[in-house]
Design a protein around this ligand. Structure first.
Ligand code: SF4
Length: 330
């Protein structure tokens, strides 16, 4: 049965979705970062590859602009499972993050606020302080070894995995909310006995409330990266041998966004800009029929606006020119 969530997909500059997240349910995204502005250049990144890395925090967009969009979208108090700081780069690079989190917690306390982060700036006390009012912080960890860290993330040259793990440990000590650690599993890179022993040691130090094993779900930046099989994820879970380890589901059935009445083509482009998606993904997030969506995707592909690529779960659609569509920050 289709649920009425009372919210439509939006084409604001900084707010996207709601999208159906495998981990968070119906999730409204807030993106404070220009496309692919990040301290890492991960081999599995779904935003493609970029050699321009930064660890400098900035106010990329006026905070008043973001807050005005938040007021607009939340005015009708839509049903959402999460408001999530995420998008196409690393959210903690934004100096506006703390202000926007504090604003939403004060004005809309009924919502659960989540932050997806690569964790690299958790070495900074200021970042840790800004994250504290959020309900859920979800950093990523793939390894405890500097060599493997560099192979997987191609990080900014100043970053050390030991310092990042220590930052997560310090954050855990001061944070009363839910700390969910995402462990991204890449067969052949972080699945050896030595790698898993290092991860187990780091996880024990960080002591998160949950460990979520995740793997490739969309076309990666580098073609050779493979998804872990269910059996491999089960094996990793058993080796980590800790309660609170879960394998992130590949699907989230039975939950759909309200059928939108606004410009569907723009909305689909706004979604694909940040998140390559299959036809089935778009059916769930928009509630349009397969036929309606197939027609729109066909037109967009013929115009050269979007492109398609075979991935682990089928054909993935994504935007060809990342800075050329309506309503998206450049
Ligand atoms: S996957 Fe995330 S952390 Fe890695 S490069 Fe892409 S945006 Fe940055």
């Amino acid at each position: 049965m289709q649920r009425n969530h009372g919210v439509s997909l939006t084409t604001h500059k900084h707010i996207f979705g709601p999208v159906l997240s495998r981990r968070l349910g119906l999730s409204l995204g807030i993106d404070l970062i220009p496309f692919k502005t990040c301290s890492y250049n991960c081999v599995y990144c779904e935003c493609g590859s970029s050699p321009d890395l930064t660890i400098i925090r900035q106010e990329f967009f006026p905070v008043e602009q973001v807050i005005s969009e938040v007021r607009d979208v939340l005015a009708s108090r839509p049903h959402l499972d999460s408001i999530t700081f995420a998008g196409s780069g690393e959210p903690t690079l934004s100096r506006s993050l703390g202000q926007v989190i504090t604003f939403i917690k004060r004005e809309y306390p009924e919502y659960t606020l989540s932050v997806l982060t690569n964790g690299s700036l958790m070495t900074d006390q200021g970042v840790r302080d800004e994250l504290t009012p959020a309900d859920r912080v979800i950093p990523t960890l793939t390894t405890a070894s500097q060599e493997t860290f560099e192979r997987i993330h191609h990080p900014h040259s100043s970053l050390s995995i030991e310092a990042i793990i220590t930052g997560m440990v310090q954050f855990r000590k001061m944070y009363a909310g839910a700390l969910w650690l995402e462990v991204f599993v890449i067969p052949g890179l972080n699945t050896s006995a030595a790698e898993l022993a290092g991860l187990k040691w780091a996880i024990e130090r960080i002591d998160p409330d949950r460990v979520q094993l995740n793997t490739l779900d969309r076309p990666p930046a580098e073609d050779w990266v493979q998804a872990a099989s269910d059996a491999e994820l089960e094996r990793v879970s058993a080796v980590l041998g800790r309660s609170g380890v879960e394998i992130v589901g590949r699907d989230h059935p039975g939950c759909r966004a309200e059928k939108t009445k606004t410009n569907v083509s723009d909305l689909i482009q706004a979604t694909l800009y940040r998140r390559p998606s299959t036809l089935e993904d778009l059916v769930r997030t928009t509630s349009l029929s397969t036929g309606e969506l197939a027609d729109i995707l066909g037109v967009l592909e013929e115009k050269g606006t979007i492109t398609s690529q075979k991935g682990t779960r089928g054909i993935f659609y994504s935007i060809c020119q990342k800075n050329s569509i309506n309503g998206i920050p450049e």
